[in-house]
Design a protein around this ligand. Structure first.
Ligand SMILES: Cc1cc2nc3c(=O)[nH]c(=O)nc-3n(C[C@H](O)[C@H](O)[C@H](O)COP(=O)(O)O)c2cc1C
Length: 189
């Protein structure tokens, strides 16, 4: 079960933009993050939810997509995410957030996968521009943006080849290929 969920939980970057996601669905996903591990149980993460076209349009311009796909500027109008969850760190609780946001992101995306949705973790964010667009107070550090939607692309996991290239790529049919290292190559002791 968990292996199947993790295998299906790929990074998706093209969506059916007109298939809406309810705010209540986003709340259920954040509740999975709420129940997840947190260093010293400080729980410093805060979230901003977006699922309406106007707010989504304030977020999208400040995100960078698929750096290895040099000739693809990101999802075009009509295939953009229909929702976002911004993961913020409250600096009044702690100045450093360790890996809390990575754990939260994975919990949210596994929950999204179980619900038949897809998403992508975005760390390449123009943070100050996004802060201004959403009027996010300075006490909150913008850590990650999770893009969410009903995926419209096929992603397949491959094995890293003999040349060791880990770059994902897209074939002529638009299928996205993600090379993963072999188990015996990552267990070193
Ligand atoms: C911390 C982190 C930051 C990421 N930032 C971006 C990003 O800014 N833009 C993007 O398109 N993908 C981003 N990704 C997605 C990765 O490119 C993706 O996880 C990787 O290509 C492997 O694909 P997979 O998630 O399907 O296994 C990020 C992933 C992680 C874990």
């Amino acid at each position: 079960m968990i292996r199947d969920l993790i295998t299906r939980n790929r990074s998706y970057r093209r969506f059916y933009q007109d298939i809406a996601i309810e705010r209540e669905t986003l709340r259920e996903l954040v509740d999975l993050a709420r129940l997840s591990a947190s260093a010293a149980n400080m729980q410093p993460l805060r979230y901003i939810l977006s699922c309406d076209p106007e707010k989504n349009a304030l977020i999208f311009p400040h995100l960078a997509w698929a750096g290895y796909l040099k000739d693809w500027p990101g999802p075009s109008e009509g295939e953009r995410p229909s929702a976002y969850i911004l993961i913020l760190g409250d600096t009044e609780i702690t100045p450093s957030f360790g890996c809390d946001h990575g754990i939260a992101a994975q919990s949210i995306l596994l929950g999204a996968t179980e619900k038949g949705l897809g998403g992508c973790i975005i760390a390449a964010v123009q943070r100050e521009k996004l802060r201004q667009a959403l009027k996010i107070p300075p006490r909150y550090e913008i850590l990650l943006v999770l893009a969410l939607g009903k995926s419209r692309e096929t992603v397949v996991v491959e094995t890293v080849g003999a040349n060791g290239d880990i770059k994902y790529w897209r074939d002529s049919e638009g299928t996205h290929h993600v090379p993963k290292r072999l188990l015996d190559d990552i267990i070193i002791g």
